[in-house]
Design a protein around this ligand. Structure first.
Ligand code: MIC
Ligand code: SF4
Length: 754
C-alpha cells in the first residue's frame, strides 16, 4: 500500500471540478503542467488565468522532501517557526553525507561514526515534528521518493534541485531552498512565478545503445544550462509513452541542468507498471478513475505550437548515445564524434574511473542494462581497463539486484567497487586516491553534474556525463573515445571482441524485494521529544535571526567580489568536504565564494580588502567588513547561482554582512533563496554596466526607501577616484517579498505573525 493514500485520494477527488473550472477560466485545452498547477492553487478553484512567466501564484504542494545536507538548515529554521507538527506529509533522507572510499560496508560504518551527531539530530527532529526519516543507507532521496511517494498529478517541493526527478511519475516536483520548505511545512502557501511551458515531442522509439539519458543530454545541448529557466518542460509523444517510468525520471532529473523549474510526463502504462511493481496498485486504481486529467489534452499534443511557449522535437529513431562535458553538462558530443572532439580540445582519453549511480541513473533498469554489458564482456574474456564504482539508488534496488545476480556480475569484473546506496562521488563525497595531486585526467559517470572539482575535488578532473551502459563500456575499454557501436575490445587471448547491445529489465521479473528499507516512521505525538543540539558542536548550531532593515537607504556598502564567468552554487558554497558544516552557519561561511573567480586578477578566493588595501580570502575579508560595520556587495555574471538549491549560498553572504547581489541574470532557486534570507537580489538593467564596476567601488542605494514592486532601484557607484556612475538595477520582488527584505528574512516575518 502507498504511503499517504488518503491524501492522494483527496487530491484526485478534487481534480475533475478544479480542472473543469480551470478549463473554463483559461478557455482553451490544457497541458498537463497547467492541470497540475491549477489543481494546486492555494485559494482553491481558479478565478483568473495566470499569465505565464509573469504573475506570482500561491500554491499548495502535497508534500515535501529534504535531504540530509539541506534538511539541517531547513529544519533548524522550521524549529524557529513555532509549529508542533508539519502541515503536509514530509520526509528527510540521509544520503549526501556518506563518503565513498572502500565500499559499502566500511563506508557506512565510518559515516555513521563521523556523521553520528547529524544523523541523530535529523532522526530526533523528524520524530518530533511528524516527518518520515529514511536512515543512512536507505537510498538517494529522489530514487526513494520515486519508489515510495511520487504520484501522477501530484505537486511536491523538495530542498534539492533534483527533486524534479519525480516528474518521471507525472508530478510537478520542484527544487527549493529550505526556507520555502519551511513555508509549506508550516502550513502556509508556497509562491512561484507561473512558469512558461516548453513542450518536447519525442517521436520514434529508443533502441540499441541509445537511452533516456541521451534524450536529456541532447536537450541540454539544445537549450544550454539556462535555456529552461522559468519553464516547465513537458514531454509527450510515442517516444515518451514507450519508455519506462525510471527512464522518464532520468530525463526529468537532468532538467535541473538546463535550469528548468521542473519537467513532467503524462500518466501512462509505464507509470502503472512502476507503481504496481513498487507496491502501490492503490494509486493506479485511484489514478485510473481520473486518467484523462493526468495527461495533457489531446488537442495540445496534436498542435503543441499553439499551447506551449516553445516546442522541440526529438527523433528517438535517429538519436545516438552522447557524452556531455567536461565542466558543464550542456556540452554535448555524440559518442561517435568523441575521438575528434577529444583530440581537438585536448581532453585526456585514458579513463581511470567510471562511475554508475546518482539520483539520475541508479534504478533497477539502469543497473540491469549496465550489468548486461559487463556480463557480455566477461563471458567473452574481456577485462576492465578502468575502475568501476557503483552507488545503487536505494536499498530496495540494491537488495533486488543482489538477489537477481546483478551484483555478482559487477563483482566478477576486476576493479569494481560497490559503494553505499547514497550520493557519494556525485557530490564530492569521494576519497579518490591520488586526487590531491591535481593531475589532469578524465572520468566518466552517469550523474547529472560535472562542474569543476565536483566529484573528487581535483580542479583538473574532466568529468563526462553519459548513460550507465556507456559508463560500463568505457570502464571496459578504458577509453573516453570508445564507441561500442563500431569499435572492438581486445580480450585476454588477444582476440578482437565487439560488445553486444545492452539489454535490461525495466522492472525486476520477480518483483522488488527488500529486508530493511531503512524507514523510520515519526512518533504519533512528538511533543515530549527533545531535540538536542550541543552548544559546543562544530557541526550544528541553532540559528539566530538576521537583522531587520533599518528603513534607510544603504550608503557606502563596499564591493566584496566581482565574480567573473560561471558562478554556480558550487563556487559560492562548495559541497564535498564542506558538507559537514551544513548545520552550522558560522562554520560553513568559511567557504563563502571561495570558488568564485575574482574579475580583478582572475584568481579565486583572493580579493582586495578596501580597509587595508591588502589581498585576502573572501570569507576573511567579508568578516573584516562586517566587524567594521560595513555592508558588502557581490557582483556576478549570467545565471549566477546555477546548480543546487542549497540556501547556504544565500545565508553565508548574508551572515557575513553582504546585503546585495547584483548580476546579469540569476538561476531561479538561488534568486528566491536570496530574497528569503532578506537580501537584495538585483539584475543590471543594462548588462554592460557590469563593466563599470571597479575594484575599490562603494555602493549607494539612493532610493531604497521607495523599494516597490515593478520599480527599478538606483545605485551610485563611487569609484576610488571619487568619480561616480549611476546605474539602474531591476528586481522581481513583489509586495510580500519586499516584506521579507524589510523584516530581515522570510522567517522573521513568519515568527512575527505566529
Ligand atoms: C547537488 O546535486 O548539488 C545537491 C547536493 O544535491 C544539491 C543540494 C545541496 O547542495 O545540498 C542540489 O542539487 O540541490
Ligand atoms: Fe545526490 Fe547527486 Fe542526486 Fe544531488 S545530484 S541528490 S548529490 S545523487
Amino acid at each position: 500500500m502507498a504511503f499517504d493514500i488518503d491524501m492522494i485520494k483527496k487530491v484526485y477527488n478534487r481534480y475533475p471540478e478544479r480542472i473543469a473550472i480551470a478549463r473554463k477560466t483559461v478557455n482553451k485545452p490544457l497541458t498537463l503542467s497547467e492541470k497540475i498547477l491549477y489543481t494546486h492553487l492555494w485559494d482553491g478553484n481558479a478565478t483568473e488565468e495566470y499569465p505565464r512567466g509573469n504573475s506570482y501564484v500561491n500554491f499548495a504542494p502535497d508534500r515535501v522532501a529534504m535531504q540530509d545536507a539541506t534538511a539541517q538548515m531547513a529544519l533548524l529554521q522550521f524549529m524557529q517557526a513555532g509549529k508542533k507538527k508539519v502541515a503536509v506529509p514530509s520526509t528527510t533522507h540521509a544520503d549526501h553525507l556518506i563518503l565513498a572510499k572502500d565500499g559499502a560496508v566500511a563506508d557506512m560504518a565510518r559515516s555513521n561514526h563521523t556523521n553520528g551527531e547529524v544523523f541523530d539530530f535529523l532522526s530526533s527532529v523528524c520524530d518530533k515534528y511528524g516527518i518520515g526519516f529514511w536512515k543512512p543507507g536507505a537510498g538517494i532521496i529522489h530514487q526513494v521518493v520515486l519508489e515510495n511517494y511520487a504520484f501522477p498529478g501530484g505537486m511536491m517541493i523538495g530542498t534539492d534541485s533534483h527533486t524534479v526527478n519525480a516528474g518521471g511519475l507525472g508530478m510537478v516536483a520542484i527544487g527549493v531552498g529550505g526556507a520555502d520548505a519551511v513555508d509549506v511545512m508550516a502550513g502556509m502557501a508556497w509562491e512561484l512565478k507561473m512558469p512558461k511551458l516548453i513542450g518536447v515531442k519525442l517521436v520514434g522509439k529508443l533502441s540499441g545503445w541509445t537511452s533516456p539519458k541521451d534524450v536529456i543530454l541532447k536537450v541540454a545541448g539544445i537549450l544550454t544550462t539556462k535555456g529552461g529557466t522559468g519553464s516547465i518542460v513537458e514531454y509527450f509523444g510515442e517516444g515518451a509513452t514507450s519508455m519506462s517510468a525510471t527512464g522518464k525520471g532520468t530525463i526529468c532529473n537532468m532538467g535541473a541542468e538546463i535550469g528548468a523549474t521542473t519537467s513532467t510526463f503524462g500518466y501512462d502504462d509505464s507509470m502503472r507498471r512502476y507503481l504496481t511493481a513498487t507496491d502501490r496498485a492503490d494509486i493506479v486504481e485511484a489514478a485510473d478513475k481520473i486518467a484523462e486529467h493526468l495527461t495533457g489534452d489531446p488537442e495540445v499534443y496534436a498542435n503543441p505550437e499553439l499551447y506551449f511557449d516553445q516546442v522541440i522535437e526529438i527523433n528517438l529513431d535517429t538519436l545516438t548515445p552522447h557524452l556531455n562535458g567536461p565542466f558543464t553538462p550542456d556540452l554535448a558530443t555524440p559518442v561517435a564524434e568523441m575521438k575528434i572532439a577529444a583530440e581537438k580540445n585536448g581532453w585526456p582519453t585514458d579513463i581511470e574511473w567510471a562511475l554508475i549511480g546518482s539520483c539520475t541513473n541508479s534504478s533497477y533498469e539502469d543497473l540491469s542494462r549496465a550489468a548486461s554489458i559487463v556480463k557480455d564482456a566477461t563471458s567473452k574474456g574481456v577485462e576492465a581497463k578502468a575502475k568501476l564504482g557503483i552507488n545503487p539508488g536505494s536499498e530496495q534496488v540494491r537488495y533486488t539486484a543482489e538477489r537477481d545476480g546483478l551484483m555478482d556480475i559487477f563483482n566478477s569484473l576486476n576493479g569494481t567497487t560497490i559503494f553505499t546506496n547514497a550520493c557519494g562521488p556525485c557530490i564530492g563525497q569521494w576519497d579518490r586516491a591520488g586526487a590531491e595531486k591535481e593531475e589532469v585526467n578524465s572520468i566518466v559517470h552517469s550523474f547529472n553534474r560535472n562542474f569543476k572539482k565536483r566529484a573528487d575535488g581535483n580542479p583538473n578532473t574532466m568529468a563526462f556525463v553519459t548513460s550507465p551502459e556507456m559508463v560500463a563500456a568505457i570502464a571496459l575499454s578504458g577509453k573516453l573515445d570508445f564507441n561500442p557501436l563500431t569499435d572492438t575490445l581486445t580480450n585476454k587471448k588477444g582476440k578482437q571482441i565487439k560488445l553486444a547491445i545492452p539489454t535490461g529489465d525495466e522492472l525486476p521479473e520477480r518483483g522488488f524485494d527488500v529486508k530493511e528499507n531503512g524507514f523510520q516512521a515519526p512518533a504519533k505525538d512528538g511533543s515530549a521529544i527533545e531535540v538536542k543540539v550541543s552548544p559546543t558542536s562544530d557541526r550544528l548550531h541553532l540559528l539566530s535571526p538576521f537583522k531587520q532593515w533599518d528603513g534607510k537607504n544603504i550608503m557606502g556598502a563596499v564591493l566584496l567580489i566581482k565574480a567573473f564567468g560561471k558562478c554556480t552554487t558550487d563556487h559560492i558554497s562548495m559541497a564535498g568536504p564542506w558538507l559537514k558544516y551544513r548545520g552550522h552557519l558560522d562554520n560553513i561561511s568559511n567557504n563563502c565564494l571561495i570558488g568564485a573567480v575574482n574579475a580583478f586578477g582572475k584568481e579565486s578566493n583572493k580579493v582586495k580588502n578596501q580597509l587595508t588595501g591588502k589581498f585576502g580570502e573572501v570569507p576573511t575579508t567579508a568578516r573584516a567588513y562586517k566587524a567594521a560595520g560595513l555592508q558588502s556587495i557581490i557582483i556576478g555574471d549570467h545565471n549566477y547561482g546555477e546548480g543546487s538549491s542549497r540556501e547556504h549560498a544565500a545565508m553565508e553572504p548574508r551572515h557575513l554582512g553582504a546585503i546585495a547581489v547584483i548580476v546579469k541574470s540569476f538561476a531561479r532557486i538561488h534568486e528566491t533563496n536570496l530574497k528569503k534570507q532578506g537580501m537584495l537580489g538585483l539584475t543590471f538593467a543594462n548588462e554592460a554596466d557590469y563593466d563599470l564596476i571597479q575594484e575599490g567601488d562603494k555602493f549607494n542605494f539612493v532610493d531604497l526607501v521607495d523599494f516597490a514592486k515593478g520599480k527599478q532601484l538606483t545605485v551610485e557607484l563611487i569609484h576610488t577616484d571619487n568619480s561616480v556612475n549611476t546605474i539602474m538595477v531591476n528586481h522581481t520582488y513583489n509586495e510580500a517579498q519586499i516584506e521579507w527584505f524589510k523584516f530581515g528574512s522570510a522567517l522573521n516575518l513568519i515568527k512575527s505573525q505566529a
